[in-house]
Design a protein around this ligand. Structure first.
Ligand SMILES: NC(=O)c1ccc[n+]([C@@H]2O[C@H](COP(=O)([O-])OP(=O)(O)OC[C@H]3O[C@@H](n4cnc5c(N)ncnc54)[C@H](O)[C@@H]3O)[C@@H](O)[C@H]2O)c1
Length: 443
C-alpha cells in the first residue's frame, strides 16, 4: 500500500474525531453515543505506535472491502487471510501478499500472531465463528447481521457477557457522522416527539452472483436460501431497524408483516418483497418496506417527528413550520382543489386534499449529502465502515470494548429475525421475554 493512501485515511480519521468534538462540544455527544468513548483523541494517543495484528476470515466481496480499509489504517497490520474458496483467497492475497494464508479458520485462530479477527462470511457461519474466535482468545469483529437465529444471537450475547475480549458487530451507521449528528438533533428535540418511522430499501437487481459450476450455487448465492441467510431482513433491514431503535432509544414490542416472491421466481427461497409494521409500546410504528424489482424510491431511514422529519440516509432534515413558497401553478392547483371539494355538498374544510407541502431542506452535516439510490451501500462515501474498523483495531490494542455496539446489533438482528418469522407464519409476533436484554443503558 502506498504511503499516500495511509496518510489520506489517517487524515480522515483525525477529521472525524475533530468533527465529533465540534458537533456538540464533545462531552454531550459522548454521553449519548457511549461507544465513541473508545475513539477519542486521548484514546488515540494511548495506542502510540502499536499495531493490531489482524486476521481475515472470509475474503469475498465485503471481506475484500474490509481488507483494503484495514490496510490503510496506521495502527493495524494484516497478518492472516482465510477463505475456503480458492479464487477469493487468491484475490485477497493479491491485495495483501505479505499475510499468511489459511483455508481452515480454526487453524488461523490457533495462530499466536493474530490479535483480532474480522469475519466477513455468510450469515449462517457468524455465530459459530464468533464464538470460536472469542474462545480462542481473539478479539472479534463480525459483519452484520449477528446470527441466523434468535438462539444463536443469545449465545453470542451471553459469550460477550462472559469474555474479556473485544466484540464488534458491524453496524457502521453508529460511526457515520450524519447519523451521529442527526441522532443528536433528534434526541435534543429538534423534530419534536418521534411519532413514526418509515424505512425502505428498493433495488432492481436479482441479487445473484455468477456461479462457475452448479454445485457452487448455494456457496456463492447463499443470500437466496433460508439455511444460509434471512434474505432482505438480515441483509438490508437490520441496518435500518438499528437506526429506528437508536432514534427511539428503545425497541419495538411486536411486528406483523407480509413477505413474498413477486418477481424473481428463479428457484430462490427468500422473499424479494417484504412489508412490515413494527410497533413500540407507546403506539409509535415503524413502517418497513423492501423490494428488489423496482428501485424508483431508492432507500431511506425517515424519522417522523411532531415538529419535523429527519431523512438520515440522505443526510437531510425538514421542519414542519418551514414550508416553502409554492410556485404559481401549484398554488392554482391547490385553490382549484379546495373549491372543488368545498362545492361538494356536505364537504367541510377537512375534506380538502392534503397535498404534499414543499419543505425547506437542511443538511444534517453541512456539505455532506449522500444517498445510494438503492444501490449497494458498499463503499458509499463516508458510510462509517472505515471508522468502525479503525475503532475495532484500536480496541484490539487497548482491550477496551466499544459500549453498546453489541447491544445495537443484537437488537437489530433479533428484530429482523422476528419480523421474518412473523411473515413466514402470517401472525403478529411479540418480542419474546427470554430474548430481551438491557438496551440503551444511556440517557
Ligand atoms: N456492513 C455492511 O454494510 C455489509 C455490506 C456487505 C456485506 N456485509 C456482510 O458481509 C458478509 C459477507 O458478505 P459478502 O457479500 O462478502 O459475501 P461473499 O459470498 O462475497 O463472501 C463470503 C466469503 O466467505 C467465504 N467463506 C464461506 N465459508 C467459509 C469458511 N467456512 N471459511 C472461510 N471462508 C468461508 C466464502 O468463500 C466467501 O469468499 C455477510 O454477512 C454480509 O451481510 C455487510
Amino acid at each position: 500500500m502506498s504511503m499516500k493512501k495511509q496518510k489520506e485515511v489517517d487524515k480522515s480519521l483525525r477529521q472525524f474525531i475533530k468533527d465529533l468534538g465540534y458537533i456538540s462540544g464533545g462531552a454531550a455527544l459522548l454521553a449519548t453515543t457511549p461507544w465513541l468513548q473508545s475513539f477519542t483523541p486521548d484514546k488515540a494517543k494511548e495506542i502510540k505506535n502499536e499495531k493490531a495484528r489482524i486476521g481475515f476470515i472470509g475474503t469475498g466481496s465485503r471481506g475484500q472491502y474490509n481488507l483494503h480499509a484495514v490496510m490503510a489504517i496506521e495502527h493495524a497490520e494484516v497478518v492472516a487471510l482465510c477463505d475456503d474458496y480458492a479464487p477469493n483467497l487468491q484475490a485477497a492475497t493479491e491485495i495483501c501478499p505479505t499475510a499468511k494464508t489459511y483455508t481452515d479458520y480454526r487453524k488461523l485462530l490457533e495462530s499466536k500472531e493474530v490479535d483480532g479477527v474480522i469475519i466477513s462470511t455468510p450469515l449462517y457461519l457468524h455465530a459459530q465463528m464468533t464464538l470460536d474466535g472469542l474462545a480462542a482468545g481473539k478479539h472479534v469483529y463480525c459483519e452484520k447481521s449477528m446470527a441466523l437465529t434468535l438462539d444463536e444471537c443469545k449465545q453470542v450475547y451471553d459469550a460477550y457477557q462472559n469474555t474479556s475480549q473485544v466484540l464488534y458487530i458491524c453496524m457502521q451507521r453508529m460511526f457515520d457522522e450524519k447519523y451521529l449528528k442527526g441522532m443528536q438533533m433528534i434526541h435534543s428535540g429538534l423534530i419534536g416527539d418521534v411519532v413514526g418511522e418509515r424505512c425502505y430499501w428498493f433495488r432492481n437487481h436479482d441479487w445473484r452472483r455468477p456461479v462457475p459450476s452448479p454445485e457452487l450455487e448455494r456457496k456463492i448465492n447463499w443470500r437466496l436460501y433460508w439455511d444460509y441467510s434471512v434474505g432482505l431482513m438480515t441483509e438490508l433491514a437490520s441496518h435500518q431497524l438499528e437506526v429506528c431503535c437508536w432514534a427511539k432509544k428503545f425497541a419495538p414490542e411486536s411486528v406483523v408483516g407480509m413477505g413474498d416472491i413477486v418477481y424473481w421466481k428463479d428457484g430462490r427461497e427468500v422473499y424479494d418483497s417484504v412489508n412490515l409494521v413494527y410497533q413500540f409500546s407507546d403506539g409509535v410504528k415503524i413502517n418497513y418496506e423492501s423490494l428488489i424489482a423496482n428501485m424508483y424510491n431508492g432507500m431511506e431511514e425517515q424519522i417522523l417527528g411532531s415538529k419535523g422529519t429527519m431523512n438520515l440516509a440522505s443526510g437531510m432534515y425538514y421542519l414542519e413550520n418551514e414550508v416553502g413558497n409554492k410556485s404559481g401553478i401549484e398554488q392554482l392547483i391547490g385553490e382549484i382543489g379546495n373549491k372543488v371539494y368545498a362545492s361538494v355538498p356536505g364537504a367541510a374544510a377537512s375534506w380538502r386534499p392534503e397535498t404534499k407541502q414543499k419543505y425547506i431542506p437542511h443538511n444534517i452535516v453541512e456539505g455532506a449529502f449522500s444517498v445510494t439510490e438503492g444501490q449497494s451501500m458498499i463503499g458509499a462515501l463516508n458510510d462509517g465502515s472505515d471508522e468502525i474498523l479503525s475503532s475495532f483495531c484500536q480496541a484490539c490494542i487497548t482491550g477496551e470494548q466499544g459500549e453498546n455496539i453489541v447491544e445495537e446489533a443484537y437488537q437489530a438482528t433479533t428484530l429482523a429475525l422476528l419480523g421474518n418469522e412473523a411473515m413466514k407464519r402470517g401472525e403478529k409476533l411479540y418480542y419474546p421475554e427470554e430474548y430481551k436484554i438491557p438496551y440503551m443503558k444511556f440517557s
